[in-house]
Design a protein around this ligand. Structure first.
Ligand code: ADP
Length: 521
């Protein structure tokens, strides 16, 4: 062990050196410095494993000496050499960083060696303590960081729950714990709420309490994994009735015994209110639709009667008095008969339009090819007259109202025949292709075509692009087509066909897809 002996008294220094040399087994090598300056120089040169330090040096005294040596040799233990009655000084030097002190007068070899060994051990323990302290500090800092992270996460969760009006709860061993948002939803403060299942049930609306209780109780008794339910609560803070949605998961051990139940509570009051308002409006709309349909039926039925009277008497007039009345009267009677026939057609078409939903049939599997054939049979005479041809590709089976599919095909085919220039035989190509989740059906004719800017308006009631003298009609046929297609969850439109003519296209959902309205709308 390399010992630096800092002592200005040569006799003391020699004595100490000799005492140390009595212990060859410790292999002490002793260097001597007589002043602070030479001690610091020796430490800078070679360092030391231990320093025996006299405090009163020619160039430094007391505390200053310890501090200076301490700073120059951080790792070496220091044993301070004091005068006989300087116990207090020795203790205060320990506070300055020395490991032990020895009164010079009492010094024996054994005492000196014991003090050196003690100082050495104490220095090692101090170093160990410093290291452990540093480790502890680092662990504490990591813990504080984790705590902060956890706090931030909890805060984020709390904010998310608040924004979504969604709280979470846990029930274990009869103790219920709620997140902040559940407290907010129920309008209670944590200190007011006895966190038990019974206290929770008290917040549920009296009319829904049995149901809410059964939802949980049944799921536990019947060994279910959880449940979903909706019920009303009475908010404690202001007595407001709120609607909540609750979803619970029961966690069980291997024997099926419940360990705990966890759940979420979602305040759905606003959504419920919107749904109720929407339901109210839908019911009102349904009622007004039914009223309108009844009105249309009564009006058309009652209007037909006087119309038939006018038409019959006009014909009688012509037959009995036609010759007496002359050609002009005959022409007028012709206008009358014509007018009543047109009005009768209008009323019939309007009635049909109003019945698309009121007289609708339930949806079934309908072969569209068969529907096209039936429509063609209904138009057989006109087809023969004009020499028209239908080229129909294989058609799919769809989920639809059979009669309405026939009506749809018949209206489109009838228009294709009607809106064909004189002298040209109408040709209609019918094709079906898949388009996403739909069938796309296309009726392409070689008729007069339609201006691009009129493509939308012709599907409105009474919208016609031609004069009746040119092409007869009521302007309701395509409006009926659109109502039928929309009732089946599809779309209808027209686009120019390649060459001349128009292509009427509509979509229908694939058969295995549910349709939006399979009941009257
Ligand atoms: P209507 O045939 O009784 O006039 P629609 O509602 O069936 O009534 O048709 C509306 C209008 O759309 C027709 O008056 C006509 O101008 C135009 N239209 C319908 N089908 C065709 C077609 N295939 N080619 C050209 N124009 C058509």
């Amino acid at each position: 062990m390399r010992i630096l002996l800092v002592e200005d008294n040569p006799a003391d220094a020699e004595l100490i050196r000799e005492l140390l040399l009595e212990y060859p087994q410790h292999s002490f090598s002793v260097r001597h410095a007589g002043s602070l300056a030479s001690a610091l120089a020796a430490l800078g040169d070679e360092g030391a494993d231990l320093i025996l330090l006299d405090l009163g040096l020619p160039d430094s005294q007391g505390t200053e000496t310890v501090r200076a040596v301490r700073a120059a040799a951080q790792d070496a233990p220091i044993v301070v050499l004091t005068g006989l009655d300087d116990e207090d000084v020795g203790i205060s030097m320990l506070q300055e960083g020395a490991q032990d002190y020895l009164a010079k007068g009492w010094m024996s070899g054994a005492v000196l060696v014991r003090s050196i060994r003690y100082a050495e051990e104490r220095k090692r323990i101090e170093a160990e303590l410093v290291r452990k302290n540093a480790e502890l500090k680092a662990a504490n800092e990591a813990l504080a960081a984790r705590k902060e992270e956890l706090r931030e996460r909890e805060e984020r969760l709390r904010r998310a729950q608040e924004i979504a009006h969604l709280g979470s709860w846990e029930l274990a061993d009869g103790r219920l714990s709620w997140s902040d948002e559940v407290y907010r939803i129920y309008g209670v403060r944590p200190q007011e709420f006895a966190a038990t299942y019974g206290a929770y049930l008290e917040s549920v609306h009296p009319e829904d309490r049995v149901r809410a209780d059964a939802a949980y109780g049944d799921s536990v008794r019947e060994g279910r994994a959880g449940y979903e339910t909706e019920y009303r609560i009475v908010r404690r803070s202001d007595g407001a009735v709120r609607h909540v949605y609750e979803r619970c998961t029961n966690l069980r051990d291997g024997t099926g015994r419940i360990l705990r139940s966890e759940g979420i509570v979602h305040d759905i009051t606003e959504r419920k209110e919107h749904e109720d308002a929407l339901l109210g409006m839908t019911r009102k709309l349904q009622r007004s639709n039914e009223d309108l349909e009844r009105f249309a039926y009564v009006v058309s039925h009652d209007l037909q009667e006087p119309l038939r009277t006018v038409s019959s008497f006009a014909q009688l007039l012509e037959r009995r008095y036609g010759e007496q009345l002359g050609p002009e009267a005959e022409e007028f009677i012709g206008f009358m008969t014509d007018g009543t026939a047109r009005m009768s057609a209008l009323i019939t078409d309007l009635l049909e339009y109003s019945r698309i939903s009121s007289r609708a049939q339930p949806f079934e599997a309908v072969d569209l090819g068969g529907a096209v054939e039936t429509a063609l049979e209904n138009l057989a005479v006109r087809m023969e007259e004009c020499g028209g041809r239908i080229l129909c590709d294989p058609m799919p089976t769809v989920h639809a109202d059979r009669m309405q599919m026939v009506r749809l095909a018949q209206n489109l085919l009838s228009n294709a025949i009607k809106f064909c220039p004189a002298g040209r035989a109408p040709i209609v190509k019918i094709r079906a292709t898949r388009a996403g989740g739909d069938w796309l059906i296309r009726f392409e004719d070689n008729g007069i075509g339609i201006d691009a800017e009129c493509c939308d308006q012709i599907f409105e009631v009474f919208q016609r692009l031609h004069d009746r003298s040119e092409y007869p009609g009521t302007g309701i046929g395509l409006a009926i087509c659109r109502r039928i297609v929309e009732r089946h969850g599809g779309r209808i439109w027209v686009e120019p066909a390649a060459g001349a003519g128009s292509a009427f296209c509509f979509t229908l959902p694939l058969q295995d897809r549910p349709t939006p309205s399979s009941s009257p709308d």
